[in-house]
Ligand binder design. Structure first.
Ligand code: NAD
Length: 424
């Protein structure tokens, strides 16, 4: 079966094109009805808002904000708010669809959404950020809601912005409504375990994949690209389970130690040095990109998009790639990795631990109750392990990669829901 709009194949791939080409392959394997395909490929709602803000110098500056709901058929839509100068509607649309597939893969009752404001949080004062966040919230107060659309942090936003969003939304309705947003400070109803949740899910899926490859964690080596929230927690937790982390990197450079890097030391060093590893003495310095081509068992990209491409995939030597970041592998690189026999645990599965614990945060807020960190971890580990097994079985059933299998699982769930609900 062929679809009307094949994903464009150009030399430079962008995340939307990469996602659409996988979506298309999975849809063909599923024999997805063309009409449902047409429904799924476009977001259900796209909102653009204009946000005039008084800056600290007294001048009024005008910002543009977006909220895209890709799907709300499985439940309220869920997705972060990105504040960055590169934010644009196309990117927000791609990220919103990604959230739909991610929530469906881990079987949580959420649809997918994403928001963004084109701005540079790096040069804005706390007051300016607060005015911008509150203004965005007011502009979208009819869109947001615990049963409608639930934002969360993304690049450029964190618990501070989520607290302002929750407060502004609650003021509008005259009562505290903390379930409108996740990723809040714990004191406002944020969940224990949220900070490490994504890295933890990476660890759980990495161990599950290693088991399938018969790789003993105590004999395995691993390289982690990116040492932020996801990379540092994935490294710490894999290290705790016996995996030797021989290489790490951040935006400045990479660090290599054949005997294994002491991850707690690296985290402590980074915290003491404004988030940078420069000067860390527990490993030798190496050019940042070389980390990808090390002869290790496991590679965890946890930095930025599009790092494994058609140009360098053939140089990857790891047996297993576990995608902590969103979109680290371009669609054209997939085939090269498959031909090399490298197993990739795709982003929509490997990094879904974050949205899983966001879901737990929402559940706790709705219940007016608080779970222990132990309960959060136990339940998220189970969800991640079940999702991995489901995707693995689907890959065997359809004779496809784990990535295409993850899309098959997700699209099948969303498509079936549309078919049962009907109403077109
Ligand atoms: P972060 O900002 O905390 O960390 C990013 C890290 O990558 C930093 O160490 C930075 O120095 C490094 N880095 C940036 N550019 C690099 C480059 N070119 N080469 C090597 N290192 C580089 O971000 P994060 O929250 O850890 O997110 C990382 C990725 O994971 C992103 O793709 C994000 O969308 C994805 N993700 C994050 C979460 C989450 O819960 N934080 C959930 C799902 C997916």
């Amino acid at each position: 079966m062929s679809y009307i709009e094949p994903a464009p194949i150009k030399d430079k791939e962008n995340p939307l094109e990469s996602m659409m080409s996988r979506f298309q392959i999975a849809a063909e394997h599923l024999g997805l009805n063309q009409q449902i395909y047409n429904v799924l490929k476009s977001p259900v709602k796209q909102v653009i808002v204009t946000l005039p803000i008084t800056m600290d110098n007294g001048q009024i500056e005008v910002f543009e904000g977006y909220r895209v709901i890709h799907s709300n058929i499985l439940g309220p839509s869920k997705g972060g708010i990105r504040m960055d100068m590169d934010v644009n509607l196309d990117e927000v649309k791609a990220l919103a669809a990604w959230m739909t597939w991610k929530c469906a893969v881990v079987d949580i009752p959420f649809g997918g959404a994403k928001g963004g404001i084109k701005c540079d949080p790096g040069i804005m004062s706390a007051g300016e950020m607060e005015r911008l966040t509150r203004s965005y919230t007011m502009a979208l107060q009819e869109i947001f809601g615990p049963d409608r659309d639930i934002p969360a942090p993304d690049m450029g936003t964190g618990p501070r912005e989520m607290a302002w969003l929750m407060d502004q939304y609650s003021r509008s309705y005259g009562m505290t409504i903390n379930a409108v947003v996740t990723g809040k400070p714990v004191v406002l109803g944020g969940s224990l375990g949220r900070t490490e949740a994504t890295g933890r899910g990476v660890m759980v899926t990495a161990l599950a994949a290693m088991e399938k490859l018969k790789l003993n964690p105590f004999k395995a080596t691993c390289a982690v690209q990116g040492f932020g929230n996801v990379g540092s927690w994935a490294a710490l937790l894999l290290d705790e389970r016996g995996v030797k982390i021989v290489a790490l990197s951040d935006i400045s450079q990479a660090y290599y130690n054949e005997k294994g890097i002491n991850i707690s030391d690296a985290v402590a060093y980074q915290q003491a040095h404004k988030g940078s590893l420069i000067g860390f003495s527990g490993a030798e310095v190496m050019p940042a990109d070389e980390l990808l081509f090390l002869d290790v068992d496991v590679l965890v990209p946890a930095a930025v998009e599009d790092v494994i491409t058609v140009h360098n995939a053939k140089d990857i030597k790891a047996r297993l790639i576990v995608e902590g970041s969103n979109g680290p592998t371009s669609a054209k690189a997939d085939k090269i990795l498959n031909d090399l026999g490298i197993l990739s645990v795709p982003d929509i599965l490997a990094n879904a631990g974050g949205v899983t614990v966001s879901y737990f945060e929402w559940v706790q807020n709705r219940l007016g109750y608080k779970w222990t960190g132990e309960r959060v971890n136990r339940r998220s580990d189970r969800i991640m392990k079940d999702a991995f097994n489901n995707v693995y079985e689907t890959a065997l059933q359809y004779d496809v990669s784990l990535r295409i299998a993850a899309y098959i699982v997700a699209i099948d769930k969303v498509a079936k829901t549309y078919t049962f609900r009907g109403g077109f």
